[in-house]
Ligand binder design. Sequence first.
Ligand code: OXD
Ligand code: MN
Length: 592
Amino acid sequence: MTGKALTKNPSVLAWVDKMIALVKPQQVVWIDGSQEQIDALREEGCRTGEMIRLNQEKLPDCYLHRTAVNDVARVEDRTFICCPEEKDAGPTNHWMEPSAAYKMLEDIARGSYQGRTMYVLPYSMGPVGSPFAKYGIEVTDSIYVVLNMVIMTRAGQAVLDALGDSADWIRGLHCRCDIDESKRYICHFPQDDTIISVNSGYGGNVLLGKKCFALRIASYLGHKEGWMAEHMLILGVEDPKGDIRYVAAAFPSACGKTNLAMLIPPETYRKKGYKVWCVGDDIAWMRIGPDGRLWACNPENGFFGVAPGTNEKSNPNALASTRRGTIFTNVAHNLDDNTVWWEGLDKNPPRNALNWKGEKWDSTDGSKGAHPNSRFTAPAKNCPCVSPKFDSPEGVPISAIIFGGRRARTAPLVYQSEDWNNGVFVGSIMASETTAAATGAVGVVRRDPMAMLPFCGYHMADYWAHWLDMGRKLGDKAPKIFHVNWFRTDDEGNFLWPGFGDNLRVLEWILARCEGKVGARKTAIGYVPHVDDINREGLDVSRDTLAGILNVDKGLWLQEVDGIRAFYARFGDRLPAELTRQLDKMDAALKA
Ligand code: OXD
Ligand code: MN
């Protein structure tokens, strides 16, 4: 393997030398991205036990990995924005003073690679050389991290070639250390283009290109440079004429983002020739293009999806994506045929199996085989509906931005904001609630503005101001902004909307609105569809039910106003006055 540096870039070499002096590896390996090197690393990962090679006939090039049992998810309470002034991190982020953070992290990292290999991994977020692309180098002592990053990003020599001598790249240090929870820190230094992650081996904490770079650091860069980094899927809807319109959509976790991104149209739509194309399932970088419109690119190159619940019915495209070249993390291991299993894959849990902890597992005792946050890391090119524009350097033009949440009662199935500023307001008040489905009780509301609560790398109020500013720049070319809620329930807590492929019916209305082809009913919160404008052909939902889930309950919305005022109060005088104005306007309309 290559111990020789793959670049002459002075800023890269100096930083790598500094990291070597700090963590003291036994050897250094630069990742060139070649298949030969990936194969060798897989081999090595199997030798050390980090990876288990799965049945190569059923699951070619697929591997299983288990994390430590105390290291299975992102750790928001140990995630820090280390900007010089605490007030600039804002009330929704944890903050640490940068020099104190560096000292603490260096003390933890010092000598931690002793006897280990340092992998130096150059990667690109966005197609290499495209106007969207930003480069990073992650130094890690984990083969699992390298093998995931080569799926999730474009990695290797081509990145260093494109970077040339530039010092404009994101520094990322990952140290596994002892996977000690009490010393686990995920720290971001936006002013220094630096990320340091210690004592974890779980994807969301250690695949530094994803949440750390493509959202937290990139949102800060977007603010500084006039573009947007958002926690959004991107999909294209192709109509029977072959025209494709793109939307970007933000949802908090557990709202079906990956399912929407890979939606299969209902039969009536398929017969007419509709298709849905997946550009991205998690992150969108958006810039104003030369034509003045908003263009979006998925900076990632793979899917880091939640396994449980993924099956042939819920998301056949996601399942198909995992059938080759995939790394499974913390799922159950079927020992009979050396494949994998998770809850919700099918109704036949394997008899002879190990659970996600690697223990002998008997599904009949009620315990889970896969961890609820077990994952697949799958190459995007595996997805049967991956967009032909996936690698397009200029991205795709966005017609609509969609926000969504999980609300049993409050939010209608879909509504359109009055204009961009009103849409920013709609995004800023996004919320999901925990449902107590059995009783139909309304759960606790968690506000998650633009689904960015754990991912905004600077003050959330400044982020909203940036959104308002982008709207001023886009003017009448701005995408239209909508809100959807697939999760309205009846008094017994049963879902009233089927969701999944039928969500295309709502997308169709949204796109028709964007083109001024359909009317709407004006309400205190925005424009709601006339019930007969949502296509019910082949849909198992009555007209009355549909009318019910399109209604806007003024009483519930007035309660909502109180909740929003309390939430906004946390941002003090940094809250853009425009958002207070929008709230007052909605309040007055509800009382009118
Ligand atoms: C994710 C998340 O893993 O949002 O995508 O938590
Ligand atoms: Mn996400």
